[in-house]
Design a protein around this ligand. Structure first.
Ligand code: HSE
Length: 452
């Protein structure tokens, strides 16, 4: 960016020795914040060797100082007011890890307006206010970094923004929520119930403070919005994103899927259609066991990025947790410090906004489907269901009904050819109205994870 930001001038003028110290203000000392603090101490010398800069946390803003005695934080470093960080002229970098949106928005905006470089891991904040905050940072000529906002420890932001800069991004498929991947893995492999698996994910520090955002798919939805912006220069509004969570996934569907050679994953789909419309959606999907993504288990995340020059790339790593996520924050800190201390400035953290066109309405999105129906086991049931499917112009790939005792209800499971979501929903609504259908149908996407 050429010139060091305003807030850096004071501290840069004071740097006379060879080794430059860059002070950091850390807002939030939860799971990830504590990881940043500990790992900056642990690998501080390594970072200094590699960057020529000593990154040092100067002040930390927390809600309840008494909760953090175990971290042995030097006296005077803690404050309960994040404004103390922003006001400190010696602190040029603010790390926002307080989570939530309202206060985090105030913090980030105030810091940018004060000329501070901001590092955040807050995907909900960026998904809702990214357009405004990026524009503000650009106007104020201060960098805004957010590697930790998507896929924990995987450097996917750098990969899409820098390493793949020469590509039109055709599609991204991501398993980008560690908690739900952990839950689905434990339900599928250990036969755990949903609640028990969620409890484990919370105990391991993977889930958000409010795990609702994980299990209802919105944590992944927020990350998908960020990836769509990086790929297409277009901020998709949350209300334009179709998001389904995993709370309705049952052992029955996991077992059926496995029996047919599929794994169940919460998948974010971000891609362009032939008319340059952007598709952004998140939902539990059946993906072929033969695809490498099907073997992404537990808290691991994976992001497959298809570029028109590079072809398929795949990024894999821990998608949540203290150490993995703090690694991404620290990478941003190194970039930020480099940008502040290097006259030439290599990276201002901006990507363009507003390149591509409109969003593809979810009803026009295409995929194959899995449909499970709880039905009466009597003559004519399959005929009436398959008639409705045919009337909607949808083809049946396969149909399975495991044998049940006479008089018992049966599960009828259909794999369907590609159709628009809108047409599929109409067919399912008609099927649900049949007298022989005894429960709400289960409709899931089947994704083959191809470039188009
Ligand atoms: N709760 C998130 C997850 C943390 O499970 O992926 C990383 O964003």
């Amino acid at each position: 960016m050429g010139n060091a930001p305003r807030a850096a001038e004071g501290f840069l003028n004071n740097m006379s020795s060879e080794l430059k110290t860059v002070f950091v203000g850390l807002a939030g000392l939860g799971n990830v914040g504590a990881g940043v603090y500990k790992n900056l101490l642990k690998n501080g010398d390594l970072l200094t060797d590699r960057t020529g800069v000593r990154l040092q946390v100067k002040r930390i803003a927390v809600r309840s100082p008494e909760k953090h005695v175990g971290l042995q934080i030097p006296e005077g470093m803690l404050t309960t007011d994040w404004r103390d960080l922003v006001r400190d002229p010696e602190i040029p970098i603010i790390v926002e890890l307080i989570g939530g949106v309202t206060e985090a928005y105030d913090l980030v905006k105030t810091a940018i307006l004060a000329g501070k470089t901001v590092v955040t891991g807050n995907k909900a904040l960026l998904a809702g206010h990214g357009y405004e905050l990026v524009a503000l940072a650009e106007r104020e000529d201060v960098p805004l970094y957010f590697e930790a906002a998507v896929a924990g420890g995987i450097p996917i932001i750098k990969a899409v923004r820098e390493a793949l800069i020469g590509n039109h991004i055709q599609a991204i498929y991501g398993i980008i929520n560690g908690t739900t991947n952990y839950i689905l893995t434990r339900m599928s492999e250990a036969g755990l119930g949903y609640g028990e698996a969620l409890g484990e994910a919370q105990a391991l520090g993977y889930a958000e403070a409010d795990p609702t955002l994980d299990v209802n798919g919105w944590d992944a939805g927020h990350k998908a919005i960020i990836l769509a912006w990086l790929s297409y220069g277009h901020w998709v509004k949350p209300e334009q994103v179709h998001v389904e969570g995993i709370t309705q996934i049952s052992q029955t569907d996991l077992t059926f899927a496995r029996g047919m050679g599929y794994a169940m994953k919460l998948v974010a789909v971000i891609r362009l259609d032939a008319t340059n419309h952007i598709e952004v959606r998140v939902q539990p999907c059946l993906i072929p066991q033969s695809n490498i993504m099907a073997n992404v288990h537990g808290v691991m995340n994976a992001v497959a990025v298809y570029g028109d020059i590079v072809g398929e790339t795949l990024f894999y790593g821990s998608g949540a947790g203290q150490n993995a996520t703090s690694s991404s924050v620290i990478s941003d800190l190194a970039d930020a410090a480099d940008n502040l201390t290097n006259e030439a400035g290599t990276n201002n953290g901006f990507v363009p906004q507003g390149h591509y066109g409109a969003c593809l309405p979810v009803d026009e999105t295409l995929s194959r489907y899995y449909l499970r129906l709880r039905v009466d086991d009597r003559p004519g049931v399959v005929a009436s269901i398959s008639t409705i499917i045919a009337e909607h112009g949808i083809g049946i790939l396969s149909l399975v009904q495991p044998e049940v005792d006479a008089g018992a209800d049966a599960d009828l499971m259909l794999m369907l050819h590609q159709a628009t979501f809108g047409r599929m929903k109409q067919a399912v609504a008609a099927i649900a109205g049949l007298e022989c259908v005894l429960a709400v149908p289960v409709l899931l996407r089947v994704e083959t994870l191809k470039a188009r």
